[in-house]
Each structure stands twice: as structure tokens, then as C-alpha cells.
Write a protein that binds this ligand. Structure first.
Ligand code: GLY
Ligand code: MN
Ligand code: MN
Length: 408
């Protein structure tokens, strides 16, 4: 029964996850319909993964099921393929109900739709937390995947910058989005999340994934995009590019303030520091910038208080997150651990402050309305500090101008 990695030892960690096997479990658990059942066994748990079987010739669904029949979708990996890829016992999802009925009450289940669970078994929140926590520190192979995803993303940004003239001439935001997405599909598995290309007045719209506007001289274009490697690890990078190669004085001023916040936040990333340190530093720097611009109507201290947060009007999102198999990785560990657990070498974080001034926001001076700037880099925590994996992209406005000019 207990063989290979199907048996996990509880003396390694709470549920016995082994660093070198975490990723395969997590990948499998994220597959559509996958259910992991872990049954207590002496010294740990026996793990079995239940997956839908491919539907081949000889079965009615081969013709009738457009979602699963191989006639429709082409050949699919079978259970033996999965088992050997994951080094884990894999059984058909058809056997799940019987397995759940037979499972002892201490069994841990991840991925089962609630209605399929017998009453005495609850979907294990603790297991979901443990799976998420297993992703907090990446091993050597995972770091190489993230490095490759970031490198491909940097190349994708280069491709986008080279296409700025074509975007102005005929293609608009669609052309830039398609440029990045084609690059991601060709050199990785695809995009890690929907690409944002927001030009001119669209730049301050956080999730401008519609990408259907024009790209015009004088605009800045905010590109938030990540290549997902074929192993499904994803990068998450943002740069704001001057369309005609030069930032206007107002765009440059906002860019400098975001750059200051970005550098301050990145300086807080290192072993033993907490995510909260980085986040508060980013927000405080953004609040200070808004104060200097005369936009913040309260003191920076009041804005930073839990009941204040007035700066969030202009940055209504976070300032970073772990990245990995999910673009927002490790999200199930709970706020307390996420914010306060000391970062360890091997953690990989996106840091991403910004300022979003909507075109119709009357609280913003007219000359700043319609400017959206964000800078997002991916950082690996090392033994002594951090490495910026996306360092091939310039951060400062002058560096970005030079970089764009060289690619035109
Ligand atoms: N693109 C998703 C994010 O920046 O978090
Ligand atoms: Mn991000
Ligand atoms: Mn992003």
C-alpha cells in the first residue's frame, strides 16, 4: 500500500510534504476534477490522487462528450501516465465515491466538490493550508522554472516595445496584447493571467484586459503581463512605456514617485523580513507621494492608520504577492502567516506599487488626470537579501526611455 511518494511521512512537516515532490502534487491538484485523498497510516498518510479517465474509442462518450471524448479533444494522458509523471498512486475518479465512503474520519481530502463528500469527512481546510504553505519556499527546480518564466516575460516586453510604432499606426492596444500573448504561447505555455495593455486614459484602469483602445503619441501604455512556463510557473511583470519614446513632465513626475516607492519596497525584501514590512513601506511611500502632490487630504500617518487608508483610492489593490504555480501563490495560508511569517531564501515575490489617476477623478490636479503608472518586478529571496529576477528591464523613467528607443 505505502510505496514511493504515495506514502508521505508526517515527521518531515505537518503532513509530510517533501520539497522535491510538492510541485507535482500541486500541479495535479489544480487539474480540473482532481481529488487528493490522504488516509492516515502509521507514520504519515497514504496519498491517492483521483483523476477523470480519458474517454477513448469503444465508449459512447468518445463520440457523445465534446468536452472529454478523444474524438473531440484528441488523445489525453491516462492514469498510468499521470502516475508515472507524479510518482503517486492515481485511480479513476469513478472510484472516488467508494473510496470516500471507506475512508476513516481522519482522512484528508483536497479538491472534492462538497456534495461528493460523506458527512463525516469535511473538505480539509488544513490540507489546503498545508498545500499553500508548501509553496512558500521554492526548491532549486522551481526557481529555475520561475527564472525561465521571467526571462521569457522580459523578452515579451521587448517584443511589445518594438511594436509600439505599429500599435500607433494601425494596431492599438490589441496589437500589443496579441504581441505579448503570441510570444507567451510560443515560448511558454501561454500567459499566466490576462494581459493588461492600457494606453492613455486606460492606463489607470487596473484590469484593462479589454485592450481595445488606440495607442497614441503622448500616451503612456501600462503593460502588466507574464509568461507562464510549460511547467505552469508564471512570472508577473509590469512596466509603463512612453508611446513616442519620451515621458511628459507630468508622467515623469508620477513615474519617479512610483519608482521611489518600488525601490523602498524592494529594499525590504530579504530573509527574516515579513511581507508586511514590504507592504507598509510601499503604501507609506505612495501615501507620502500623494501628500507631496497635494492630493492626500489627510496626514500620511492618518492615511497609514487601519481606519484611514485614503491612499488606497489611488492604488486600490495590493503592492505585491508570492508568485509560483499561481500568479497569486500561497493565497490559502491565511492573512496572519502571509503577512507576518519571516520570508525565507527561496520565496519568490512580485513587488508592484503604482499610482492610478483616473481621467475623471476631480480630486486629482487636472494635469495628472488620466495618468496610470505601475512598476512590477519579481524578486527571489536569497540567503543575504534578494535577487531581482526581472532586472533586465529598466526601472527608472530615463532608463525606460533609452530602452524603448533602442527597440524601435
Ligand atoms: N497581474 C496580476 C497582478 O499584478 O497581481
Ligand atoms: Mn502582481
Ligand atoms: Mn501584474
Amino acid at each position: 500500500m505505502a510505496s514511493g511518494r504515495s506514502h508521505v511521512r508526517s515527521n518531515d512537516t505537518e503532513f509530510g510534504f517533501r520539497a522535491d515532490s510538492d510541485f507535482v502534487w500541486l500541479t495535479a491538484c489544480q487539474s480540473e476534477g482532481a481529488v487528493l485523498v490522504m488516509t492516515p497510516a502509521p507514520g504519515g498518510h497514504d496519498a491517492v490522487l483521483y483523476l477523470p479517465e480519458p474517454v477513448g474509442p469503444g465508449q459512447d462518450a468518445f463520440y457523445a462528450d465534446a468536452l472529454r471524448g478523444e474524438l473531440w479533444i484528441g488523445p489525453a494522458a491516462d492514469l498510468a501516465d499521470w502516475s508515472s509523471a507524479l510518482d503517486l498512486e492515481v485511480r479513476s475518479l469513478d472510484a472516488l465515491d467508494a473510496a470516500l465512503e471507506a475512508a476513516p474520519s481522519g482522512a484528508l481530502v483536497a479538491g472534492a466538490p462538497e456534495p461528493r463528500l460523506p458527512r463525516r469527512l469535511e473538505a480539509s481546510a488544513a490540507l489546503a493550508v498545508a498545500l499553500s504553505a508548501a509553496k512558500l519556499v521554492k526548491d532549486v527546480w522551481e526557481i529555475a522554472q520561475l527564472r525561465a518564466a521571467v526571462d521569457a516575460t522580459v523578452a515579451g516586453f521587448r517584443a511589445v516595445a518594438a511594436e509600439l510604432p505599429a500599435a500607433v499606426e494601425f494596431g492599438g492596444e490589441r496589437w500589443l496584447q496579441a504581441t505579448f500573448d503570441r510570444h507567451a504561447r510560443t515560448f511558454g505555455n501561454g500567459v499566466g493571467y490576462s494581459t493588461v495593455v492600457g494606453s492613455g486614459p486606460h492606463a489607470p484602469t487596473l484590469h484593462w484586459t479589454r485592450c481595445d483602445g488606440p495607442v497614441l503619441p503622448g500616451h503612456v501604455v501600462l503593460v502588466d503581463a507574464g509568461v507562464e512556463a510549460r511547467s505552469l510557473y508564471t512570472a508577473d511583470v509590469t512596466r509603463t512605456l512612453p508611446v513616442d519614446g519620451t515621458f511628459s513632465p507630468a508622467q515623469r513626475e508620477v513615474h519617479a514617485l512610483v519608482e521611489r516607492a518600488h525601490r523602498a519596497a524592494m529594499s525590504k525584501v530579504g530573509p527574516g523580513a515579513s511581507f508586511r514590512d514590504m507592504r507598509s513601506t510601499a503604501y507609506e511611500s505612495i501615501a507620502t507621494a500623494l501628500h507631496e502632490l497635494g492630493i492626500l487630504r489627510v496626514s500620511v500617518d492618518e492615511a497609514m492608520s487601519p481606519t484611514g487608508q485614503q491612499h488606497r483610492r489611488y492604488l486600490p489593490c495590493g503592492t505585491g504577492h508570492h508568485i509560483g504555480l499561481d500568479v497569486h501563490d500561497c493565497a490559502r495560508i491565511g492573512d496572519e502567516r502571509y503577512l507576518d511569517e519571516p520570508l525565507r531564501p527561496g520565496s519568490v515575490l512580485a513587488v508592484e506599487p503604482g499610482l492610478y489617476f483616473h481621467a475623471n477623478d476631480l480630486t486629482v490636479p487636472p494635469e495628472l488626470r488620466g495618468i496610470g503608472i505601475r512598476i512590477e518586478d519579481d524578486l527571489l529571496v536569497t540567503e543575504t537579501g534578494h535577487e531581482v529576477l526581472s532586472a533586465a528591464l529598466p526601472i527608472d523613467a530615463a532608463g525606460i526611455e533609452k530602452w524603448v528607443a533602442a527597440l524601435r
